[in-house]
Each structure stands twice: as structure tokens, then as C-alpha cells.
Design a protein around this ligand. Structure first.
Ligand SMILES: NC(=O)c1ccc[n+]([C@@H]2O[C@H](COP(=O)([O-])OP(=O)(O)OC[C@H]3O[C@@H](n4cnc5c(N)ncnc54)[C@H](OP(=O)(O)O)[C@@H]3O)[C@@H](O)[C@H]2O)c1
Length: 333
């Protein structure tokens, strides 16, 4: 079968090649064999392939944390109800491996996909929609003002949808001012501020309504040099949630000094998914699937490809960290 493989750690576009590899063979006693039908690429794939987590990554590695597939076979000890999944679609979670035609996964990591969600939608249900859903319910429930960095990103679009739909709260977006790069749905944002504007810090502080003195919550996936300015812009007692490191640089230590009663929280989807009892995983996805059924949490696609076209797309810079939509991969084309 065909698979996109990273033979060594490094940038995706330098180390991923498409290869013919052995079929996975019969599933282990508690495993399912999943025939992948659609998958995609995310910044988390780039970070993992870069070698950032040596203790839990071995090479060669088939990347791909996100995708959907059809159950083809079940191991002999898979429990009764799950055995009925043969022929049904699931999201195989728990680790990378979606960039291939078939994979085996422990049955407890497979989340059934509702029949009325098409592959094009289900393929993108996990990394960004679930993260956005969890962060909004965890950190924004009582917020009067929320700011979101990298507001042109796919996940920022989801955050703005969730905040407006669930809490009638339009966030303030921060962008770095890349020419031609705009937020997906301007009506869902109270204001979009470019950090290229010399006044962006004071604009952010004064963006919060009424008597508040800055955002109560800032959801940040940039990190690095922006961190201190973001902490300074928070309302007293506010929270900076760091959930990505697109700058490539960690937050400075003094961001954590608690000035003005502020705090910094780290959010990693992996921590939630890996610490939840496996039987609870379908429940985590239920609100995401419901919103997707209503046409929300839509992910724009910048390019569709088979596995063979993937290395070329990765080299062109489309789809991973570009904010202009995701790559949709059909492993069988
Ligand atoms: N913690 C978690 O569990 C978790 C889960 C999901 C996603 N994430 C993180 O969320 C982030 C966004 O993911 P995505 O899939 O939504 O990305 P995406 O759609 O590819 O968009 C990336 C965006 O980041 C902006 N950007 C890239 N590098 C930047 C930099 N150095 N400074 C400022 N802006 C920069 C780009 O803005 P331009 O418009 O200027 O090009 C682009 O809009 C990533 O860091 C990802 O790792 C984390």
C-alpha cells in the first residue's frame, strides 16, 4: 500500500516522501483495521515531524493526526458493540498515522462518525474544532472580552464562531498584517488589530467594553516575543491561554509573574484526549459534530490531493501554518 513517510526528523517538506510499504496485516486482538478515506495536515504534524518530542516519536514515521476512515476488520477481543463498526466510519485518534491507505488502531481510540457528516467535514473534526470547543467552554464562559491571536488561522475562525454562537461575544482579533490575509468572517469579530500597527497594544487594551481594562482572556498560539505585551494588555485577573508556538519561541519567564493577578495557562489537546477515559471520547466530540451538522466549524480547503501530490504541496507552503485553508488528502487517488 502507499504511505507518506518521514524517514527522519526535519521540516515536513524536506523529509516526507511517498513510499510503497507493507499492508498493516491482521488487526491485533483489540485493534481495528481502518481504511483511510480522507486526511489532512496541521501545524501539529509539522511540530511532531520536526523532532520536537523525541521521547514519544520514532522514525520512520507516518504522520497525520487527523483523518477519517472505514472500519474493515476487527480483532478477536474487540467488544461486541464495537464489532458492529465494520463498514462504519471512525476517527482514529491516539497518535499519528493517517497519511497512509490503511492503519490499525486500538478500538478504544476510534470515535464513530455520524452517518450524516460527509468525509470532507468529518476529516477536519478533530484538531481545530475540538480544541476550539474545549478552550471556549473551559476559559471563556464568564469572559466579557476575549482576544484571539493569529485571527486569520483556521482555528481562530472556529473560536470566533463558537464565541458568537454560544456566548454572543465577538472577540478581538490580532493579526500580523500579512498582505491579502484576512479573517474568514469579519462579522464575527468586534475588531481586528494588526500587530504591525505601532498603537496595537493600546488598541487592544481599550478594545474591551465598558469598565473592563483589557481582555479577560487572550487565546494565543504565537508565543515568544508577543507574550509580555499580551499579559500587559489583560484586564486585572485575566488569563493568557497559550495553545501554540507559531513564533517558534517560548514565552519569556516573566510572563508567568502574576502581575495584576494575571495567569498563564497552557492548553494542549493531547493532554485532554489522552487523560480522558477512552469511553468518554465520543462524548467530547458530540458538541463538535452537532455544530458541524448546523454548518458551523467549517474548514476551508486550500488544495485537494492524493498522497503523491502531498510532498509538492508541502514544499509550496500551502496548507500548514499558512492560514489559507487546509490540504484535503485522499490516500487512494
Ligand atoms: N494546543 C493544541 O492542542 C492545538 C490544537 C490545534 C491547533 N493548535 C495550534 O493553533 C495554531 C493555528 O493552527 P491552524 O491549523 O489554525 O493554523 P493555520 O490555519 O495554518 O493558520 C496559521 C496562521 O498563523 C499565522 N502565523 C503563522 N506564523 C505566525 C507568526 N510567526 N506570527 C504571527 N502569526 C503567524 C498565519 O497568519 P498570516 O495570515 O499572517 O499568514 C496564519 O493565519 C498552531 O500553532 C497550532 O499548533 C494547537
Amino acid at each position: 500500500m502507499r504511505a507518506a513517510v518521514a524517514d527522519r526528523p526535519g521540516p515536513l517538506h524536506e523529509v516526507v516522501t511517498v513510499q510503497t510499504v507493507p499492508e498493516p496485516g491482521a488487526p491485533g486482538p483489540t485493534e481495528l483495521t481502518v481504511r483511510m478515506t480522507a486526511t489532512t495536515a496541521n501545524p501539529s504534524d509539522a511540530v511532531t515531524v520536526s523532532g520536537a518530542y523525541p521521547s514519544r516519536t520514532t522514525f520512520p514515521l507516518v504522520p497525520g493526526f487527523e483523518g477519517v476512515g472505514v472500519v474493515e476488520d476487527v480483532g478477536r477481543d474487540v467488544p461486541g458493540l464495537t464489532r458492529d463498526l465494520v463498514g462504519r466510519r471512525v476517527l482514529p485518534l491516539g497518535g499519528p498515522g493517517c497519511w497512509q491507505q490503511r492503519r490499525t488502531v486500538d478500538h478504544s481510540w476510534c470515535v464513530p462518525v455520524p452517518a450524516d457528516l460527509d468525509d470532507r467535514t468529518a476529516c477536519f473534526s478533530y484538531i481545530n474544532p475540538l480544541t476550539a470547543s474545549l478552550m471556549v467552554s473551559r476559559y471563556c464562559r464568564n469572559a466579557r472580552s476575549v482576544a484571539v491571536t493569529a485571527a486569520t488561522s483556521a482555528i481562530a475562525g472556529h473560536l470566533a464562531e463558537l464565541l458568537t454562537e454560544q456566548f454572543s461575544l465577538r472577540p478581538v482579533g490580532l493579526v500580523r498584517g500579512t498582505p491579502g490575509s484576512t479573517v474568514a468572517d469579519p462579522d464575527r469579530w468586534a475588531e481586528v488589530i494588526s500587530t504591525a500597527d505601532p498603537d496595537w497594544r493600546s488598541r487592544l487594551r481599550s478594545s474591551a467594553p465598558g469598565d473592563t481594562q483589557g481582555p479577560d482572556v487572550i487565546l494565543d498560539c504565537i508565543g515568544g516575543p508577543l507574550g509580555n505585551d499580551l499579559v500587559d494588555a489583560l484586564a486585572p485577573g485575566g488569563t493568557l491561554v497559550l495553545y501554540g508556538l507559531l513564533s517558534g519561541t517560548p514565552l519569556a519567564v516573566d510572563c508567568f509573574d502574576g502581575r495584576g493577578g494575571t495567569r498563564v495557562e497552557m492548553f494542549r489537546l493531547r493532554d485532554t484526549v489522552h487523560s480522558a477515559p477512552r469511553r468518554d471520547l465520543p462524548g467530547l466530540f458530540a458538541p463538535v459534530f452537532d455544530l458541524q451538522r448546523r454548518g458551523l466549524l467549517h474548514t476551508p480547503v486550500s488544495a485537494a490531493t492524493g498522497l503523491d501530490g502531498l510532498p509538492g504541496l508541502l514544499a509550496s507552503g500551502v496548507g500548514v501554518g499558512s492560514g489559507r485553508g487546509k490540504i484535503l488528502i485522499d490516500p487512494w487517488v
